[in-house]
Design a protein around this ligand. Structure first.
Ligand code: HEC
Length: 276
């Protein structure tokens, strides 16, 4: 029996280890959390490779707003349409532009040299981006553009300071500004400071919050966050398109090994009986 628990133990440890190695992700520059308490920490993007409708919405945003500059050159339209369960003809009619074909790799028409001239930097291929930076980074980056007249394109980004990318989603999001707010004065012990005489709560000014001017975008802030999550989910799927298939194969494999181990053990017991 000791053998069996050892085997099960090794399985469990290797499962936990494989989950841990998937974590990680870079810090988020000057991004200030909604409550103003943490700076440089990314918002969490709860990506879910099995949520097909989220992936479909993400793909739609990508093809319309990102593909003009960023290729996904390790992927083919056809595979994406099959994985995301978008019917081929619907995909072809709505999500492929120019003379590209379903079997093609997802390329952009733009000349990288020209792009460098326009934006100062070449827009990188994004097939592996969410693996490189982590989904949390990508999600927070997409939400962190703000108006900054001192920059050549008039926008900056809290996560990626002095970025060369324009705010391409300004129609959806509206006009984001970096603003100052009065926030509670937090004492060193974590409590909120009060005026010793009046008992009034003390506040202090803190700058760097992102705020969208009301009514300037097609989406409200919650809808925009949701859309960015879909887009991030799509990019996360891109880095690992086999994830859901692999995971279900993995589960069956482990189940098979487990049952097989049990059967071997029973057989071993039978044999052992004969020996005595
Ligand atoms: C008009 C061209 C253009 C469009 C459209 C565009 N980008 Fe970019 N993007 C750029 C450029 C240029 C950079 C490089 C910026 C730099 O390094 O300064 C960039 C950088 C990025 C990066 C950071 C890459 C890195 O790790 O350094 C991400 C992520 C990104 N873009 C995502 C998107 C997404 C998602 C969309 C669609 C919503 C999009 N971009 C649309 C031009 C564009």
């Amino acid at each position: 029996m000791r053998n069996i628990s050892l085997i099960i133990g090794i399985f469990a440890v290797s499962l936990i280890a494989s989950n841990m190695s998937a974590a990680g992700g870079a810090a988020c520059g000057n991004y200030l959390s909604e409550d103003g308490l943490t700076k440089g920490e990314c918002d969490k993007a709860y990506v879910d490779a099995t949520d097909k409708s989220s992936l479909q919405r993400g793909a739609q945003i990508y093809m319309n707003y990102c593909l003009g500059c960023h290729s996904l050159k390790y992927a083919r339209y056809k595979k994406v349409s099959e994985d995301l369960e978008i019917p081929l003809d619907m995909f072809e009619d709505n999500l492929i532009f120019g003379d590209q074909k379903m079997g093609d790799l997802i390329q952009v028409g733009m000349d990288p040299k020209e792009a460098k001239e326009w934006f100062g930097n070449t827009p990188p291929d994004l097939t592996l981006e969410a693996g490189l930076r982590g989904p949390d980074w990508v999600y927070t980056y997409l939400k962190s553009f703000y108006i900054d007249e001192s920059r050549p394109l008039g926008v900056n980004n809290k996560v990626y300071e002095n970025v060369g990318m324009p705010h391409v989603l300004v129609d959806l999001q509206g006009t984001p500004q970096s603003v100052c707010r009065q926030v509670p004065f937090v004492a060193d012990n974590g409590g909120i400071r009060q005026d010793p005489l009046t008992g009034e709560r003390l506040t202090q000014e803190q700058c760097g919050f992102l705020e969208v001017e009301a009514g300037t975008g097609e989406l409200n802030p919650e809808e925009f966050d949701e859309a960015m999550l879909d887009l991030t989910n799509f990019l996360a799927y891109m880095t690992d398109p086999m994830k859901t298939e692999r995971e279900s194969i993995g589960t069956y494999t482990l189940l098979y090994l487990f049952i097989f181990t049990m059967l071997s053990y029973l057989l071993y017991r039978e044999f052992k009986k004969d020996l005595h």
